[in-house]
Write a protein that binds this ligand. Structure first.
Ligand code: C5P
Length: 402
């Protein structure tokens, strides 16, 4: 489903070196079928020319508030009314500060004030400017106003520094835009998702774990949220930003994850087990650091609760989706799991060879209870998540499919 086809997207470009990335963003948005109009601030014009954006958007580019020619062609209020969504990319510290004070001293700030459609910003600035208390206070205010924030990413910056402040890549912005238009499919539904690995302590300094990054589960949580669901994400230890608008419960061990899930199951419509839960934990965790005095060391492990199976065993069980991460014979193991775990759907998940754990990409097959199977080509986890949400939404509306 292409959610961007014929969507009217107003891109605001402000004064940041990341303005050059906005060109690629406009190009791929047009390719995805969106209608794009571009407004560039005076700061933005220091980095990019209207001619470039005009060629890429196929439309004239707006730069001035008090330009009689522009106003005659399409007034600023009309431009504000035209858009289905406004995305400021890049959003500089200066633009954010002006926006937050309600200024209307140029075309872009005025448009934002005059518009009622969702506004998103992709901040881009020097890392110290981003970390500055004034900027952070402005960001808190933006969030409170309901402005969606996409990024910034952490990494190397044009100024030579490293830290948070890079504008996220155009292709990621495109995916986020797709998700933001994909809303409504899970409106009013409560979705509980487990994500990431669990860690099982051996002693006060060591643990057993696995390579799960949590990226798949977090992407599903964001896609479900974008589709209007009320999402609870129960996450093992990961290095990912907390997704906005989602209740996140962090846990360490499988037993803690089990308890958190059971505690949050009431009124749950969909349960998605995307976590790589440790199957075993230590029977007796050493109170002090284990010493390497012996040549061999035997650890006695006991089975952890199977969270997915425990939820599936409940009488009023929600729609159940499990994952089967396998390195070989993926589909056969997945088909077995569909039956054994008594779930409505298994996402069979090849791990290793650059996909699955830790990777940004995934190669999956959806296996449904009714025997239907759908294999997706290798794609990024946001795309997989978006397709999974579509299938879940259709399962919820077709009870016989369950
Ligand atoms: O049994 P296996 O680990 O292969 O099954 C994978 C599926 O079961 C995943 O959806 C995973 O989240 C879930 N699972 C669980 N609790 C466990 C083990 C696996 O919820 N203890």
């Amino acid at each position: 489903m292409n959610t961007l086809s014929n969507r009217k997207i107003l891109i605001g470009i402000t004064g940041s070196i990341a303005a050059y990335k906005a060109c690629e963003l406009v190009r791929i948005l047009k390719q995805a079928g969106a209608k794009v109009r571009v407004v560039i601030t005076q700061g933005g014009l220091e980095f990019i020319t209207p001619m470039t954006l005009q060629a890429l958007s196929g439309e004239r580019v707006w730069t001035d508030l008090l330009d009689p020619e522009s106003e005659a062609a399409m007034g600023h209020i009309e431009l504000a009314r035209w858009a289905d969504l406004i995305l400021i990319a890049p959003a500089s510290a200066n633009f954010i500060a002006r926006f937050i004070t309600g200024m209307a001293d140029d075309l872009l700030t005025t448009l934002c004030l005059a518009s009622t459609v969702p506004i998103y910003m992709a901040p881009a600035m020097n890392q110290q400017m981003w970390l500055n208390t004034i900027t952070q206070q402005n960001i808190t205010k933006l969030r409170a106003l309901g402005v969606g924030l996409w990024g910034p990413a952490i990494g190397g910056q044009a100024c030579g520094e490293t830290g948070p402040g890079r504008m996220i890549e155009p292709v990621e912005l495109l995916e986020k835009l797709q998700l933001s238009f994909n809303n409504g499919a899970l409106a009013g539904k409560r979705v509980v998702i487990t994500a990431g690995p669990t860690q099982e302590a051996l002693d006060p300094v060591r643990y057993l774990a696995n390579h799960s990054s949590g990226k798949m589960g977090y992407a599903i949580a964001e896609a479900a949220r974008a589709a209007g669901a009320d999402v609870i994400l129960i996450s093992g230890p990961v290095h990912l930003a907390r997704p906005e608008g989602i209740e996140v419960i962090t846990v360490t061990t499988a037993e803690q994850m089990y308890k958190a899930v059971m505690h949050k199951l009431s009124a749950c419509d969909v349960f998605i087990g995307a976590a790589a839960v440790a199957d075993y934990r230590l029977q007796d965790i050493a109170q002090q650091k284990i010493k390497k005095t012996e040549e061999t060391l035997t650890l006695r492990l006991v089975k952890n609760p199977d969270i997915l199976a425990a939820v599936a065993a409940k009488q009023d069980k929600p729609l159940m989706i499990g994952f089967a991460a396998e390195t070989e014979d993926v589909l056969n193991y997945a088909r077995q799991k569909l039956i054994e775990k008594n779930v409505d759907m298994i996402v069979a998940n090849q791990v290793g060879h650059g996909v699955g754990f830790e990777s940004d990409d995934n190669t999956v097959t959806f296996l449904l209870r009714n025997g239907k199977e759908q294999s997706l080509t290798k794609q990024n986890k946001q795309q997989v998540a978006s397709k999974l949400v579509e299938v879940i939404a259709s399962l919820l509306t077709q009870p016989t499919e369950k």
